[in-house]
Design a protein around this ligand. Structure first.
Ligand code: DOR
Ligand code: ZN
Length: 345
């Protein structure tokens, strides 16, 4: 097969940042995706409806005139998020989810939740009005090994949460382990998961190949090969519980290549091409459309996109870097050749 045509996909988990960075990264996403769930972990984070709507306008201003791209906004859950704020978010019609970052789990999570029980009023309101909770599923306890954080989160936080809020829709974001895949598969219909391209393509060996590789550092951290295989199986088997979420997370090159490098991998420049490569390697290209374009919309209760995209088998080389000055980004697979190329629309 040399050409794939599918319904235009959506990215159900994405970091755009703010300011000048928007002009660099928004066009990459808008070229491929019709919509994206935009993460609220700015500094300071997006905690109110008013802030989310203002952020949405800044993103809109960076969308090229040739694209019809819709940012789907989220709120950042804190210990202080009120039920009223949830109602305001729901009523405005442009906020589609609320994001849980355990405090200290990742980039700009200092204001994250310290104890989920402190957010019960907000969670009850979300359950009531049908606003999904998106979880960064890692515990942050110092005694838990960094490679076990996701598995322990399931036992300590996620499983009890689903029992206490049985009607709350929950997306287990960027799952990275076979335990998470099993948990989502066996879980209720209210539970789904996103999977990134980088966790489908790489195991933790990539972090140390020939030296320390800061551009492969992300959270949750890359895992063993057997976990990567479980993710590929989940993504490509046409289960409606798994869908595309890149977690593309741009950081300036200088913040990645540092004594204390930031977590995050930029994949938005070639996201759908990278996923296509995974599905082809698994012999399941026919299931790419469900994962990329259908399952997420269904879970969020949004219409499936009507436009389509085409990918051609046309090898191309990923640039060594993107942008310039302070906003220089090293993209995923920098300098490497990719098989599939998105057609011009
Ligand atoms: O690698 C990551 N980068 N994981 C996250 O959870 C956050 C993200 C970011 O914002 O940089
Ligand atoms: Zn993320």
């Amino acid at each position: 097969m040399n050409r794939i045509t599918i319904t235009r996909p959506d990215d159900w988990h994405l970091h755009f940042r703010d300011g000048d960075m928007l002009d660099l990264v928004v066009p990459d996403t808008a070229r491929q995706f019709a919509r994206a769930i935009v993460m609220p972990n700015l500094a300071p984070p997006v905690v109110t409806t008013a802030q989310a709507l203002a952020y949405r306008e800044r993103i809109e201003a960076a969308v090229p005139a040739s694209s019809e791209f819709e940012p789907l906004m989220t709120l950042y859950l804190t210990d202080e998020t009120s039920a009223d704020e949830i109602l305001r978010a729901r009523e405005c019609g442009r906020i589609h989810a609320v994001k849980l970052y355990p405090a200290g789990a990742t980039t700009n999570s200092a204001r994250g939740v310290t104890d989920l029980r402190r957010t019960d009023a907000a969670l009850a309101a979300m359950q009531e009005v049908g606003l999904p909770l998106l979880v960064h599923g890692e515990v942050v306890d110092a005694d838990v090994d960094v490679f076990d954080r996701e598995r322990v989160f399931i036992e300590r936080v996620l499983d009890p949460l689903l029992v206490r809020f049985p009607d709350l829709r929950v997306v287990f974001e960027h799952v990275t382990t076979s335990e998470a895949v099993e948990f989502v598969r066996g879980g209720p219909d209210t539970l789904a998961a996103t999977i990134t391209a980088h966790h489908l393509l790489l195991s933790r060996n990539a972090l140390f190949r020939g030296g320390l590789r800061p551009h492969y550092y992300c959270l949750p951290i890359l895992k063993r090969e057997r976990h990567r295989r479980a993710l590929v199986e989940a993504a490509t088997q046409a289960s409606s519980k798994f869908f595309l979420g890149t977690d593309s997370a741009p950081h300036p090159r200088s913040d990645k290549e540092s004594a204390c490098g930031c977590a995050g991998i930029y994949t938005a420049h070639a996201a759908i091409e990278l996923y296509a490569q995974v599905f082809e390697a698994a012999g399941r290209l026919e299931n790419l459309e469900a994962f990329a374009s259908l399952n997420g919309a269904k879970f969020y209760g949004l219409p499936v996109n009507t436009s389509r995209i085409t990918l051609d088998r046309r090898p191309w080389q990923v640039p060594e870097q993107l942008g310039g000055g302070r906003n220089t980004i090293v993209p995923f697979a920098a300098g490497e050749e990719l098989t599939w190329k998105l057609g011009e629309s």
